[in-house]
Design a protein around this ligand. Sequence first.
Ligand code: PLP
Length: 373
Amino acid sequence: MHNSFKPIDRVLMGPGPANVHPQVLEALSKPTLGHLDPQFIELMDEIKLLLKYIFKTESEHTFVLSGPGSLGMEACLVNLVEPGSKVIVCVAGYFANRMTQIVSKLGGRVVVVKDDWGRAVDPQKLASALKDNPDTKVVAFVHAETSTGALSNINLLSEIAHKSGALVIADVVTSLGAVDVYVDDWQLDAVYSCSQKGLACVAGMSPVSFSERAVHFVKNRKTQVQSWFNDLNLLEGYWNGPGKRAYHHTAPSNHYYGLHEALMILKDEGIENAWKRHRENSAKLISKLKSQLGLEPIVPDGERIPHLLTIKVPEGIDEAKVRSELLAKHNLEIGAGLGELAGKVWRIGLMGYNSNEKLVDFCVNSLKDVLKK
Ligand code: PLP
């Protein structure tokens, strides 16, 4: 007899994945359905409705891609960027930088609006870049920059972009389900997220939503979409085919059960209540980290992602050693700094199911124990 894999029951308080809600884990193990089974199609329709609720959108072009957040990033860019078209990307961290790489691969002309890592995107800089580049077709930015802990005012960024006629792409990977996102009110033309953070689900699914403007653009592109898997025209046939669905790919049906359960849990709580819970628990965490351990966030007040804190590593502390001791002794995972912030910060997340008071205290007490040595 072989030994089945037995993962350690860790507490995941890094930048994601976060712990999966137990009800979601249960849902994943239900009997598998075929991806064109009538009951599975009903499930897809329900997922669409629930996603519209979570994204705060009425757009019918709202569905899930079978892949991680990075697939959603590629899908939004590949559909809206044509070779040679000018794209402004607001870069203040690792993930926005990844967007610039994708735009380059697609043959787009990238204009970078740069801000410091650890700060929100400066709307004035975007306004002046658009003045200098009136032929910009797309403006892309990250709402919650997971690499730095900074939250940008994407409502304002979107308003500025639309004034010059550009389409807007927003990364809501770390914000969806945890902090206010209003896709319609903020006129976001293409958004993508993930399943493993605020939604408390397993990784591997990317909720996306496209506006009518975006769909109109894709239907009237001068050039073909440079991807088969992510071509919105084909995806629409799978998710929105009139009365029937065209085979596109074999959807991971058990994963979709998990996502459905995760979205139902959020709907039962009420999305606004979930946002409030994230804000309140994170405020408690930051106040205890400051008062009991003297730890400070690097992002200024008013620009911080509530549920993902980037904490400055104190002078003389070996940050990697602290993380490995937390893991070994307390089964607690927190994140390291990424890119420019590697070695300088810890990233502590209170996302989805993990945003609760018990874990606030668990994290503070575990850190206290390890740091006192
Ligand atoms: N964008 C942001 C802001 C992220 O934080 C991440 C991952 O953490 C991604 C994109 C990529 O998502 P994934 O790792 O699910 O592909």
